[in-house]
Design a protein around this ligand. Sequence first.
Ligand code: HEM
Ligand code: HEM
Length: 261
Amino acid sequence: MGSDEDPKEYDKLRLIFRKLLIVGNVFGLSMIFLMLVWALKYGGGFDWNDKIGSVNIHILIMLTFMLYLHGHAAIIYRVLPNMPKYGVKLMHASIHFIVCIGIAVGLAAAVQSHYLKNAEHFYSLHSWLGISAIGIYYLQFLGGFICFLLPMTPMSIRNTAMPFHKFAGQSVFTLATGAAVTGVMLKAIGSLGIEYPKLPAPAMALNFAGFLVLLFAIIIGVLMSDHRFRRRPRPEGELLLTKTGGGILGGGDGDTSDHAD
Ligand code: HEM
Ligand code: HEM
């Protein structure tokens, strides 16, 4: 197999990337569509002032923002390799900003449901994973904003922060996936109770939705982390900076996407 710097090899990799992106989107959009149909047909619909309806709002918002949009924001540098870096950076930051707002509403919907049910808050494994993912996500946004968007941040700080930013970004996406899968499980047990083992249609729908969550996350995870799909530097318009140091968090191996401009 040729080096991935070889133009022919690079074209092949771009083709694989695009195909995987399409498959990932089929999984991601199906996951949202299936949960939407489930909520309308079996789950009691959407209503902020109802304990069931507000959880359904929570579910749809989290899948759309915390998984689907979040995943796309993270891979956008790789999706648009020919667009000038600064423009992609603004898109990356803007989509993440929209996700920040979305997850605040999604979290409020889950809390509202607990409030209407008079139930305890934040006791389940799902809520622990979920609240950790949300907390780290906000910190990551703040870190990304300070390190890479503020013009006065020195380049040395940008270069040091970049491998951590990538590592934390990939980790928080994994955490969000764990939260989503446990959320589906919680919903299945909570809404079906002893009917669940009989696998009625709503149970099948939820099981499939959980699978789709995982398939979407695996594909996006590969696109996000596979070194071969990284963004290459454009000859013009981008600063060619020094490599970041090596180490367990990456860098120092010529990975051009570690350049923190
Ligand atoms: C992917 C990101 C998600 C995050 C970050 C998240 C976060 C949370 C948090 C923090 C709570 C606790 C609220 C409280 O205790 O007051 C919660 C509750 C809940 N979530 Fe999620 N969630 C996510 C996705 C999902 C999904 C995909 C489902 C189901 C398909 C789901 C179903 C639920 C359910 C059923 C509850 C409990 C509400 C109740 O007791 O009725 N969540 N979520
Ligand atoms: C204002 C907010 C943010 C800014 C300015 C920012 C900036 C950047 C920059 C400059 C890169 C380097 C891309 C490259 O050189 O190829 C990057 C990569 C990355 N960021 Fe952010 N970021 C922000 C928020 C976030 C958030 C909230 C997350 C996830 C929770 C995240 C996840 C990632 C990931 C996974 C990468 C690696 C992308 C790749 O390897 O292709 N970022 N970010």
